[in-house]
Design a protein around this ligand. Structure first.
Ligand SMILES: NC(=O)c1ccc[n+]([C@@H]2O[C@H](COP(=O)([O-])OP(=O)(O)OC[C@H]3O[C@@H](n4cnc5c(N)ncnc54)[C@H](O)[C@@H]3O)[C@@H](O)[C@H]2O)c1
Length: 249
């Protein structure tokens, strides 16, 4: 029970990687606040979490700052503390650079960058009390500059930028702020693999460990490490949990 009695907010945890992290943390004893726009999946994940610990569900669009403040307030009212903040949710659209529009930037920054920034700001006073942990999300698409990902890459690298700033500013408060850059099998990836099996095989062959990560046992367990006292001396870092695909030196 490495996270016994800890309380965590995980955005986008109704499904995908966020769900895997929520389950991995709940199995280590953490109470989890799911924040998502998908009510059906949110209820399913809540049920699973409640099997191990106490969860709570917020059906909220995190593009709105007032929703973020309301979630942080409600979680601290309910559980009396906040130890872990995982900024996982992010929506974006792909397009060639010259076809990328400002609306695409608005979507990517509106669901990924600004919510990460706003949640960090809103959660800071509580995280200071608990010497808390922040886990943000980046992508190899941003780090490597993947074609068709201008709006997504920009928001992801902006998240890495503010993570390093917060790590430096909040180090004296004993708050750790780190980043996971994952590759994992989600429902979206599974659907895509069925429609484009050749591209899927190409992708698998480009991963040194020759498989996609598991949302819970690979990404979730890394998040447990970053949320636990085992990572107390690590901050401002990007963890590539991607089967060895991208090496940062
Ligand atoms: N899956 C991968 O291989 C991969 C690779 C690189 C980076 N990432 C990053 O990892 C994180 C999780 O990725 P994923 O593949 O699980 O994503 P996903 O699209 O499968 O799940 C995202 C979740 O966020 C929720 N969400 C979307 N917009 C929201 C909003 N405005 N308010 C509240 N909730 C919202 C969705 O309902 C969904 O439950 C993201 O930051 C993504 O960019 C994933």
């Amino acid at each position: 029970m490495r996270l016994e009695s800890k309380v965590g907010i995980i955005t986008g945890s109704a499904s995908g990687i966020g769900r895997g992290i929520a389950l991995a943390m709940a199995k280590e004893g953490a109470h989890i606040a799911i924040v998502d726009i998908n009510e059906e999946k949110g209820q399913e994940t809540l049920k699973e979490i409640n099997h191990y610990t106490e969860g709570t569900l917020f059906i909220k669009d995190i593009s709105y700052e007032e929703n973020i403040k309301a979630v942080v307030e409600a979680v601290t009212d309910k559980f009396g503390r906040l130890d872990i903040l995982v900024n996982n949710a992010h929506a974006s659209k792909q397009a060639l650079f010259t076809e990328t529009t400002l609306e695409m930037f608005d979507l990517s920054f509106g669901t990924g960058f600004y919510p990460t920034f706003n949640f960090m700001k809103a959660a800071y006073p509580e995280l200071k009390k608990t010497q808390g942990k922040v886990i943000n999300f980046a992508s190899g698409a941003g780090i490597n500059g993947q074609p068709t990902q201008a709006s997504y890459a920009a928001a992801k690298e902006a998240i890495r930028g503010i993570t390093r700033v917060a790590a430096n500013e909040w180090g004296p408060d004993d708050i750790n702020v780190n980043i996971i850059s994952p590759i994992a099998s989600t429902e979206g990836v599974e659907t895509w693999s069925k429609h484009s099996p050749e591209l899927y095989e190409q992708m698998i062959n480009s991963i040194p460990l020759r498989r996609l990560g598991d949302t819970e046992s690979d990404i979730g367990r890394t998040a447990v490490f970053l949320a636990s006292e085992d990572s107390d001396y690590i901050t401002g870092q990007t963890f590539m949990v991607d089967g060895g695909t991208t090496k940062i030196y």
